[in-house]
Unconditional design. Structure first.
Lengths: 265, 265
């Protein structure tokens, strides 16, 4: 039985699904601008979805805080208490703008006193909706999820991401051993995609040097409810609003090996 | 008007489409083994498609040579003349075995005296069929293709691939400047996917240190017919059976910049 919060997330995804797909399919009419760097893109879909969500929260849960990737909502109060909704309206905007079978997600989490309680991530092109209530497991289109049982890095598929990094040289240096020791490396350009694929068992590890809460808050809960382990890059717990940036999420079995690769790079 | 050779490719893709999709959707019954390394996978689908294709060529074009990724067909005569069919039955087998919206392609080219004349690549999960006759343009599901007009690396999406490399350290060293200077990096694990996305204009560059003819012969023609440039990593022409390994394919506009990154790494 889904919580009221999870139903709210699910309803929001359902009500906005066709709008996002229509915009994706008629990309010639999109207004695309750049943010911090030329390949950091923004469209009116990001802004519209975030605005609709903030309005929906204000109506359904007056008093709840909303933080999100775009504009003013991106200013996160330090260590906010109580109920905080965290949205990335389009995670993987570059894929949304350019992509053959693109992986981009609408990501929504409810975080209470710093811990995610309910989460939903929708991937419109693939038709997948991932949902999780804390303690109740996670599901994709109703199917219960479980991480892989891959035990060794040489057989593992590890997702890394070079985007949004001020210092790509530093990341290359830290990721070098991961790239060399992992069986397969993927770089799909959407944090929600890589992390939700840990929940499905299709990917075994996900590493990013610099993620914001809206990039991972929802997908982290979905992955953890499927048995995943989630830490900072030094192995300490991954808390949504702790102000830190590095993220390592895995099936658990390859976590130590990945931490070792990062530490000894 | 498609050539007889292209129609043969198109018919073969059509006749085998449902078989591949059924096998993909019921992956629990797949027999998966490893080849040279733990993450280099092989399934009965690779073997079945290649066998069916060799049989179809023997019947329709007796005397034509067939080379392919699997088993004995992988032994390529040096610089073969005349008509040579080149097949990768499943390019991106790892994605086929593990993937949420997986990119894997069936890739077929007819090469005559060392030059690709007809090519087809099918992506069953996305429902895309790419076709090209030399000199006649390239098409995806009937839609004519054209490379992007992205002019600068800082805005470009570049696909790289770490799989199948004996020396990942050497590749990391050569790819380092590409990763640092490109706007977005993708690693989707299927050469046909990255190269066909240059034809659609979704990707601007593709780099691999070590590809075999079946990995790129078909996709190269499809990309070139959409306006792409294809060379070895030193800028020399990319010929299917020249016995060399490095591949750089781009929209043309960012080709020099990518060559510069590789040369000066």
């Amino acid at each position: 039985m889904a919580s009221r919060d999870l139903k709210f997330i699910q309803d929001f995804l359902k009500r906005n699904w066709d709008y996002v797909l229509e915009k994706y399919r008629d990309k010639s009419r999109l207004t695309v601008t750049s943010k911090s760097e030329p390949a950091d893109l923004l469209t009116e879909v990001d802004l519209t979805i975030q605005k609709r969500f903030a309005d929906a929260v204000a109506e359904a849960f007056p008093g709840d805080l909303v933080v999100g990737e775009e504009g003013d909502l991106g200013k996160i109060p330090s260590n906010p208490r109580g109920r905080v909704w965290v949205i990335d309206p389009i995670d993987g905007t570059y894929n949304f703008v350019r992509g053959m079978n693109p992986l981009f997600g609408i990501s929504i989490a409810l975080v209470v006193d710093g811990l995610a309680r309910a989460a939903g991530v929708g991937f419109p092109v693939g038709g997948q909706v991932f949902l999780a209530d804390q303690g109740e497991g996670s599901f994709c289109n109703g199917r219960p999820l479980r991480v892989s049982d891959v035990q060794h890095l040489a057989e593992a598929c590890v997702e890394i991401d070079f985007s949004g990094l001020d210092d790509k040289k530093a990341f290359l240096s830290r990721a070098s051993n991961v790239i060399r020791q992992s069986g397969q490396i993927r770089c799909q350009g959407a944090a929600t995609g890589g992390i939700c694929q840990i929940a499905t068992g299709d990917v075994d590890g996900y590493i990013h040097m610099s993620l914001c809460p809206w990039d991972y808050a929802a997908a982290q809960l979905i992955a953890e409810e499927a048995g995943a382990m989630a830490t900072r890059l030094d192995g300490s717990p991954l808390r949504v609003f702790d102000g830190r940036e590095g993220v390592l999420i895995s099936n658990g079995a390859v976590h130590e090996a990945l931490l070792g690769c990062i530490t000894h790079s």
